[in-house]
Design a protein around this ligand. Sequence first.
Ligand code: AHR
Length: 324
Amino acid sequence: MLKRISALVLAAVLTASCGSGGGATSATSSGDDTITMGFSQVGAESGWRTANTKSVQDSAKNAGVTLKFSDAQQKQENQIKALRSFIQQKVDIIAFSPVVESGWDTVLQEAKRANIPVILTDRAVDSKDTTLYKTFLGSDFVEEGKKAGQWLVEEYKSSTDPVNIVELQGTTGSAPANDRKAGFLEVVGADPKFKIIATQTGDFTRAKGKEVMEAFLKSNPDIDVLYAHNDDMGLGAIEAIEGAGKVPGKDIKIITVDAVKDGMQALADGKINFIVECSPLLGPQLMDLAKKVLKGEQVPPRVVTEETTFTQEQAKEVLSTRQY
Ligand code: AHR
């Protein structure tokens, strides 16, 4: 009897040691090939964000990656808590879309000390120490701002009259708000006829876009152009413009960024004049990068998403096949 119990204990000990990472080739904390990824999302502020969340969740499922998903509700402190919880849970890899650019060094150092690699998706951090993350996958937001400015320059090339622009900025301190502003200014700033007469954050939401546009309209009777850092704020602003008895797309020209379905519909309907695409479909590339990182393969420090722009005519052509 005693011999049988000893044999059982020995078998149990051997099983436990094999399952705790004994496999020399496995880079995952579970010791098998199943990757556990902790993903901290910004929130659910826009159509873009909803499409991005779906892309990450679907791609994790397709790639056999176990996803621990956390929604930060647009608050940095929630994201920091989520990252710390992922570290405590010993996930294999962390991916996150930072709500703002600054203030990440401490928690990223904690991840590094715990030997958990980090991938930035969609938005950048301003950390000087680039060893704190393996790669950054996402759009070139400065380029997006430049494309918005280039359309405007072309649209008004034969006019010397002043062009009064109002700007709805994204979340204050976020990479897309900082960069889309900078890229746009770099282009339109070269010609003094372009004047930004009002600029304020609309936090990337439709409700705030409407509210801020209502205020812009009250204090500025001569608005020629609205530049909104995303479709949702532009769509909220359209409601405000129509509420003020003006015609969006005609009385006030509108440029937005993203190209989500609702934005593209408004573009096809003539209410928006030009959209710069920002693709939220980052999931498949994210899963590929995560697998490579965990296998110890080299990944590029920066992976830029390929994107285009849409005029009203182009929107009519592609609307029915738009994925998001
Ligand atoms: O970071 C990407 C931006 O965040 C999208 O343009 C915007 O819609 C979202 O909320």
